[in-house]
Design a protein around this ligand. Structure first.
Ligand SMILES: [Zn+2]
Length: 334
């Protein structure tokens, strides 16, 4: 009896050893799922005239919300909301009735259960709608970030399907009403689905598919804003990840504290940063089509969009799986 018992123990031990840990897995296997063509296919729908510029609360935006929901359903990514709905409803009353009812759209990849901590990846899916006879498609702003989030979620889901759950959960947060004053992310931050204290970082994408005038001759760049403001460690993780996998030229011009554009305060990450959650805002800079009806999907550099999305995927992978959350060494709250 005792011999059999020992034999069983030994078998179990070797079976356990053979089981690969997520920390041993090369994320490059999964990053390959993020492809220029797939991003392009999605963006040509998401930024098509059918979605009528995705104005907050309007019919076109509802179609965009449904598009996001349908994609998550198709790959088996579920919602973190209690009723199973993918929509976090925001009533018109929240906007003092100045906007219609609208919703944030949420997908969630659960962690392995070893911690309650989560990471938030965000992109706003609203844009500025129709003016006169012109549809403002918002392909770059922020169709580019919206479809990137979908492809990043798909890459993480492929790892989960192979048995590699991330240590921390990953929330894919598609916020509404950004163009109205960051209101969808503000609502989320006041009504978080996971505790703010358990939210270890926010990686926010807003306009990541174009090349600005300063980089016409060298499109291999990415503006990062905010990465070192709250957590030096997050900045170091971000830099090391880029160096190891993607080698984009990371440009911190807009991260300067005296930058007159004040981009650090101008997209959804700020609603996390104000609670001392470390953030990185990923951005391609401005261009002549910014907030014009000419921000169309034919002007996106899809290879570059895929490369930038991969950087966000690798950075998210590292934050989701490392032993400890990024340390906040420069808190702003007393
Ligand atoms: Zn935007």
């Amino acid at each position: 009896m005792r011999i059999i018992y020992l034999f069983l123990c030994a078998t179990f031990f070797f079976a356990c050893k053979a089981q690969k840990e997520v920390s041993d897995v090369d994320p490059e296997i999964y990053a390959q799922n993020i492809k220029a063509q797939t991003l392009k296919d999605k963006l040509y729908v998401f930024a098509s005239d059918e979605f009528e510029g995705r104005d907050t609360g309007k019919e076109g935006q509802k179609k965009a919300a449904k598009f996001i929901e349908n994609f998550y359903k198709s790959i088996g990514v579920t919602s973190p909301l209690k009723d199973g709905s993918y929509f976090q409803e925001i009533p018109s009353s929240y906007f003092n009735d100045r906007l219609p009812d609208t919703e944030n759209v949420l997908g969630f990849i659960p962690g392995d259960g070893s911690t309650d901590e989560i990471l938030v990846l965000s992109a706003h899916y609203d844009h500025i709608g129709v003016k006169g006879d012109k549809i403002f498609n918002g392909a770059d702003d922020d169709g580019s970030g919206s479809v990137a989030l979908l492809e990043i979620a798909n890459a993480f889901k492929k790892a989960v399907d192979d048995g590699f759950k991330p240590k921390r959960g990953i929330l894919f947060l598609h916020v509404t009403a950004e163009e109205k004053g960051l209101l969808g992310s503000k609502y989320y931050s006041e009504n978080p689905v996971f505790p703010i204290d358990a939210t270890v970082a926010n990686l926010n994408t807003d306009m990541i598919g174009r090349v600005d005038d300063d980089h016409k001759d060298n499109p291999n760049y990415f503006y990062l804003i905010g990465s070192d403001r709250l957590s030096t460690e997050l900045h170091e993780i971000s830099e090391a990840t880029n160096e190891k996998y993607v080698q984009l030229e990371l440009d911190y011009k807009y991260n300067a504290k005296d930058d007159p554009n004040r981009f650090y305060y101008r997209s959804d990450h700020y609603n996390f940063a104000k609670f001392d959650i470390p953030v990185i805002f990923y951005f391609n800079g401005t261009h002549d089509d910014y907030h014009q009806h000419t921000d169309t999907p034919d002007k996106i550099n899809y290879e570059l969009l895929a490369k930038r999305a991969k950087l966000i995927f690798y950075t998210a992978w590292e934050i989701a799986n490392r032993d400890k959350r990024p340390f906040v060494d420069q808190p702003t709250r007393k």
